[in-house]
Design a protein. Structure first.
Length: 340
């Protein structure tokens, strides 16, 4: 079943958390909502789950309106399973009873199978506090999936698990979700996690979706400098076009530093990689704020402009201490986006 958001807007008093969201989470796919803290991810998920009333727009399940301003079924009447960052299990119930909770009596025979599915075979008599964080998240996943919901909604489900286990857990989780054909919406603030688990990713900023696409589309054709920066580790430098030069806080760059077309806009956002930048001595330039050996033979040099924006340069040649520098990008290494 596909899950669709149509013209969804949401405000908490003065705070406009979501602005005109249109999004289709396709049937059987894992759709990630990705963005930094406060951009509206949990609000969007909460609307789909029925934890929040719909103020404006509609939520459509399998082509039929599930919820809009005129009404919405409560969470327990929706064919959705929920998994949250923590606190997902009932602390006073063992694992078997936790998983049994959403299952009709006649299906309690499936519990052992679920424990096995999520790698917890033999642990059914344990209580949540007798499990590691990763095991608790597996159990929460089993509990959400066991009733066979058409849609799974997951809010930062791996955030409380350590990094090594987190990678394994999300790959296991992806395989399980794909095997079951569940339509999933998963919230994360971690681009690596979104790439690792998502079939599609909706990149959110300040209550809007900036771009929606597959990992390949987001990598190869970012539609905003911020999206390119998020997935490639590159940095965004604002610039103004002045004839044949691009004026930045770190120096004037020649237009031939740009690869591909230069947008027809006076204000640009330039996407630059730390390794494609050189430092040149310049008495009018900026002092070095930080120098850090990265351990692979390169140094990371940090310059900070007056507006407190940092630019990292990775170079094999350590700069002369105490000097001032401007930055020059290698020819054809910069991607330019029109700034709105
Ligand atoms: P995210 O999950 O991406 O971190 P949220 O959806 O939780 O973002 O929040 C979006 C915006 O709405 C933020 O500015 C947040 O401070 C605000 N917000 C969230 N919940 C409430 C609430 N219950 N009351 C007031 N403001 C809220
Ligand atoms: Mg959140």
């Amino acid at each position: 079943m596909s899950l669709e958001f149509r013209h969804i807007a949401h405000a908490y008093g003065e705070v406009q958390a979501l602005r005109d969201i249109d999004l289709v989470a396709p049937a059987g796919e894992i759709t990630c909502l990705l963005g930094s803290s406060g951009c509206g991810k949990s609000t969007l998920l909460g609307l789909a789950a029925g934890l929040l009333p719909v103020q404006s727009g509609s939520i459509v399940l399998d082509g039929k309106v599930l919820a809009d301003e005129s009404g919405a079924p409560p969470p327990e009447k929706r064919p959705v399973g929920l998994v949250f960052q923590e606190g997902a299990l009932f602390p006073h119930m063992d694992l078997r009873r936790n998983i049994a909770f959403g299952l009709p009596k006649g299906r309690h025979g499936e519990i052992e199978g679920w424990l096995e599915q999520v790698g917890l075979a033999g642990l059914g008599a344990r209580f949540p506090h007798e499990l590691s964080g990763g095991q608790q998240q597996r159990a929460a996943l089993a509990r959400a999936m066991a009733p066979g919901p058409a849609v799974l909604l997951m809010d930062e489900p791996f955030a409380s698990v350590d990094i090594v286990l987190r990678r394994r857990l999300r790959r296991d989780c992806r395989m399980l979700l794909k095997e079951r054909g569940a339509t999933t919406i998963l919230v994360t603030h971690d681009p690596a996690e979104a790439l690792d688990i998502g079939d599609r990713i909706a990149v959110m900023e300040a209550g809007r979706i900036v771009q929606f696409g597959t990992p390949v589309e987001l990598h190869e054709t970012p539609q905003a400098a911020s999206v390119g920066a998020m997935f490639s580790g590159a940095q965004v430098v604002p610039a103004e076009r002045r004839g044949e030069a691009l004026s930045t806080a770190f120096g004037d760059w020649p237009v031939d530093c740009v690869s591909g077309a230069l947008p027809d806009s006076a204000r640009l956002d330039l996407l630059v990689h730390a390794r494609a930048l050189d430092l040149e001595p310049d008495p009018q330039g900026l002092p070095i704020r930080d120098l850090h050996a990265l351990g692979d033979g390169t140094m990371r040099v940090l310059l900070r402009e007056d507006g407190a924006r940092d630019l990292a340069i990775e170079t094999g040649e350590p700069p002369r201490p105490g000097g001032r520098f401007r930055v020059v990008p290698h020819a054809g290494t910069v991607r330019a986006f029109a700034a709105d």
